[in-house]
Design a protein around this ligand. Structure first.
Ligand SMILES: Nc1nc2c(ncn2[C@@H]2O[C@H](COP(=O)(O)O)[C@@H](O)[C@H]2O)c(=O)[nH]1
Ligand SMILES: [Mn+2]
Ligand SMILES: [Mn+2]
Length: 474
């Protein structure tokens, strides 16, 4: 399908409306020439399929970190009208409110680098990670219901963090439309002992150092400087959110006939937003999103506390300060160009500009921080949302570098090249070696190239770059 894409301008390729059967809106791909080369045929097909869905509004936007996902590509943004549009679990993703958190500290690189191996080993002991890992927190049904409603606040009330953290989280760490009575018992079972756990594979806790600054003024306002140590957390709603997605994909498939929805791909199974099933999923999805906010709140706090105890310093000396926490797999009701829409972001980050009322007061004049992890070996970035995002991407940016190698291919690559040679002096800890093999830097695109595109398009502005000091992988 690549040949059907029209290069409209630098970094902008379009699949014009009417190219595929039933297409209701155009599909925009934001890519440099290098990233265009890596664009998969199936990702184009998936985005084109979504452009045929009922009530889809404006355009489908595909970010430069795009790769094939379940039904809808990772890096995809789709908005649907509340009156006649659908809600699609596959276009939000299995890991509901998978997201990223960045915490600043007063520590300098020299405080950490000489002891990074021992420090990461300690973090590995204290922070539960890995497939099906369980944490120290065991939740009763009623406690879990409370988590699903209160989100990050639940964790803060139990001592995992501070009141001011909540001011620095997307939607203040709790989405208002959560109703856990729409969440299945299976999801409750899976969620009861996974709060405060990282999960597997792509998820991580990373100690990083600010490496380069592109906008001194904004970096200063954020209180970040070269050499400063930060903590980045990437995790989501664990088995709780996964089960919500599984349950409602089944419900969506079963209700397709009832609502006369014809699909090009069953993985896009969806429900009218204003149907009973659509509303039930929306309330369950928000519950899972709140679980994820609580999860990252706990993970960030435990990691900071571990570093503090390891270095034998006080909270004050550590200087823990939450920069921001955001969702990159979510469906949100937002107003764009005067219309109330459900914006599906799957592997896409909200990137609201300065003075948008949803940007926390602390960042109102600089724009919402956009946190972009890269990989275990190269860099991660902090950007801020820009006005153009509201024009060309429903206020959204990329969410990472994006995979370029399947997990199987990455393992084959490691077997050929040797893990030690690939990792060189990187410090990466994990319960199993398998994950590290799947997560080598070569498995991802070059994040610098990805963020260059969103910066050049005026979606988000590059503020600073972080490099990893040590990574805990699931
Ligand atoms: N700094 C690090 N970035 C990483 C690591 N593992 C993955 N990643 C990046 O995160 C995004 C988001 O992934 P997704 O699973 O939500 O799609 C991914 O595209 C990578 O760029 C890591 O260990 N450290
Ligand atoms: Mn994620
Ligand atoms: Mn995830």
């Amino acid at each position: 399908m690549k040949e059907l894409l029209v290069k409209e301008s630098d970094y902008v390729y379009v699949l014009p409306k009417g190219t595929v059967q039933g297409q209701k809106v155009p599909v925009y791909f934001y890519l440099s020439d290098k990233l265009f080369e890596l664009l998969e045929e199936d990702a184009i097909k998936q985005a084109a399929n979504a452009s045929t869905l009922p009530g889809v509004e404006g355009a489908i936007y595909v970010m430069p970190d795009v790769h094939v996902g379940y039904g809808f590509p990772v890096g995809g943004v789709m908005a649907t009208r509340l009156e006649d549009g659908i809600i699609s679990p596959g276009s939000i993703g299995y890991d509901i409110n998978c997201g990223v958190r960045l915490i600043a500290t007063n520590l300098r690189a020299e405080d950490i680098v000489p002891v990074r191996k021992q420090l990461m080993e300690r973090i590995l002991q204290e922070v539960p990670a890995g497939v099906g890992s369980t944490g120290k927190i065991k939740l009763s049904r009623s406690e879990l219901r409370e988590v699903a409603v209160k989100g990050a606040r639940w964790a803060v009330e139990r001592g995992f963090g501070f009141e001011e953290d909540l001011e620095h989280i997307e939607s203040f760490g709790a989405l208002p439309n959560a109703d856990p009575s729409y969440v299945s018992t299976d999801a409750f079972d899976r969620g009861s002992d996974e709060l405060g756990t990282v999960g597997s594979g792509n998820h991580f806790v990373e100690v990083q150092v600010v490496d380069e600054i592109y906008d001194q003024e904004i970096a200063k306002k954020l209180g970040l400087d070269v050499g400063q140590v930060c903590i980045m957390v990437h995790s989501g709603s664990r088995g709780f959110g996964h089960q919500v997605c599984v349950d409602y994909l089944r419900i969506a498939r079963e209700s397709l006939k009832r609502y006369n929805i014809d699909l090009p791909d069953m993985q896009l199974a969806c429900m009218p937003i204003n149907s009973e099933e659509g509303q039930a999923y929306f309330k369950a999805m928000n519950s899972a999103a709140n679980y994820a906010f609580a999860n990252r709140q706990i993970l960030g706090f435990i990691t900071a506390d571990t570093i503090r105890k390891f270095l034998r310093i006080s909270w004050q000396e550590l200087g823990y300060r939450l920069i921001y926490d955001l969702a990159h797999n979510i469906g949100k009701v937002e107003i764009h160009k005067g219309k109330k829409l459900l914006v599906h972001r799957k592997g896409a980050t909200r990137a609201f500009p300065p003075y948008n009322p949803e940007v926390p007061p602390a960042y109102r004049d600089i724009g919402q921080p956009v946190l972009i992890p890269g990989d275990i070996g190269r860099y991660s970035f902090l950007l801020v949302g820009q006005p153009r995002s509201m024009e060309i991407s429903f206020g959204s940016a990329c969410h990472g570098a994006g995979r370029v190698m399947s997990r199987t291919k990455a393992k084959e690559f490691v077997k050929k090249e040797g893990l030690e040679k690939i990792l060189k002096d990187l410090v990466v800890v994990a319960r199993g070696k398998g994950t590290i093999m799947e997560e080598i830097p070569q498995a991802y695109k070059d994040v610098s190239e990805v963020v260059r595109v969103v910066d050049a398009l005026g979606i988000a502005k590059m503020v600073l770059r972080l490099r990893p000091v040590g990574t805990l992988k699931g």
